[in-house]
Design a protein around this ligand. Structure first.
Ligand SMILES: Cc1ncc(COP(=O)(O)O)c(C=O)c1O
Length: 380
């Protein structure tokens, strides 16, 4: 018997990987499933980005291995993007590392900084990958509470009371997934001071700052941030390029070069055409963001109607690609989503996928057309 490694014994298959198989089975049995579960943008990428990808196939070096650090023009594009949209100055030579999506960055950062037995502060609720990667590396997740009453921000007094001795990394993610909460200026100052005080690397995972959000924020804009912070960002949601796999890591040279030491031993560069397309996407004008958000505004208004139809409540000021909705008292998230799937053939995500503090909530994705959401409303 060939046994899998011990580290896999604490890591389950990703919820969506399992659930989408079940949903596919229902579909194959003829059920008219509406999928409002997953956040995979269904809109088109910028036209010019797709054209550049296509045209670049004939370039001389298009099919060769690429630099581990990406094309210089891509790093420059990322640096300009940060200057234009976040007012953050980054050296394209030393403070920018293109990634194949931000998800891989979570693994690379963790591999660069964690030893077995180290601890990692992880938001509850939060993106499940932070905890699974931590466990894969035999480090220990320490979940910190995010509560609606505190606008889904951590309680720093409670954090200070923890045993922080072996904590190496703290994951934060604003605009927050799944709740859509935005953080205040005060929060960013506090978390940077916390990281400095305890020698903890603060990583802000920032893929949603352009979705239904008027004021995109980078943690690197704040004082002293470069001393203790890294930021992940992504083209997946901002430019509807989730399947392309393009993201970025930004921050100070020492941290970036540690991550590059891991990454350069794991892949052999990003496909040339994808980098060319990404460079073009990053140049999009304000018009792109306006028209993207006008679609999401209309969809969100419909999803609110759907949520109301299911007796749920929600925060109208939230950002991001989802509506995070509160169930009527005493209802359990998974029972509720299973029932909605069974009765209405609508797949939505139970809040508990994101941690125990997601109990009593569900998450609706905005990655479906208005017609589809209207059909869902008609069903409930
Ligand atoms: C909070 C958060 N971080 C990171 C990711 C990964 O995005 P990507 O790897 O496509 O850049 C996602 C995707 O759903 C996410 O919700």
């Amino acid at each position: 018997m060939i046994e899998v490694a011990k580290r896999l014994q604490n890591v389950e298959e990703y919820y969506f990987s399992k659930k989408l198989r079940e949903v596919a089975l229902l579909k194959s049995q003829g059920k008219p499933i509406i999928n409002l579960g997953i956040g995979s943008p269904d809109l088109e990428p910028p036209f010019k980005a797709s054209m550049l990808l296509q045209d670049s196939l004939l370039d001389e070096k298009a099919h060769q291995y690429q630099s581990y650090q990406g094309l210089p023009e891509l790093r420059e594009g990322i640096s300009s993007f940060y200057k234009n949209h976040y007012q953050v100055h980054l050296s394209s030579q030393t403070e920018v590392l293109p990634l194949m999506g931000s998800k891989e960055g979570i693994m690379h950062i963790s591999m660069a900084f964690l030893n077995k037995g180290d601890k990692v502060l992880i938001p509850n609720p939060g993106y499940p990958t932070y905890a699974s990667v931590t466990k894969l590396l035999e480090a220990k997740p320490v979940f910190y509470d995010l509560k609606e009453g505190n606008n889904w921000e951590p309680d720093f007094a409670a954090l200070e009371r923890l045993d922080l001795k072996r904590v190496k990394i703290m994951w934060i993610n604003y605009p927050h997934m799944p709740t859509g909460a935005n953080a205040t200026n005060k929060f960013y100052d506090k978390v940077i001071a916390f990281g400095k005080r305890h020698d903890i690397l603060i990583v802000n995972d920032n893929p949603y700052s352009f979705i239904l959000n008027d004021k995109p924020i980078s943690i690197l804009r704040y004082k002293n941030a470069k001393d203790v912070c890294l930021e992940l960002n992504s083209l997946s949601k901002t430019f509807n390029m989730a399947g392309w796999r393009v993201g970025m890591l930004v921050g100070n040279y020492d941290f970036i070069s540690a991550v590059l030491r891991v990454k350069s031993n794991m892949d052999s560069g990003m496909f040339y055409g994808i980098q060319k397309g990404a460079i073009e996407a990053l140049k999009c004008s304000e018009m792109w963001f306006k028209s993207l958000n006008s679609v999401y505004h209309r969809r969100r208004a419909l999803v609110w109607k759907l949520a109301k139809g299911l007796n749920c409540t929600y925060d109208e000021y939230a950002s991001g690609l989802f509506v995070w909705a509160k169930l009527p008292p005493h209802l359990k998230s998974e029972e509720f989503t299973d029932l909605v799937l069974k009765e209405h053939s609508i797949f939505i995500t139970p809040g508990t996928v994101f941690g125990s503090n997601g109990e009593g909530y569900v998450r609706f994705s905005l990655c479906a057309s208005e017609e589809i959401i209207e059909e869902a409303i008609a069903r409930v």
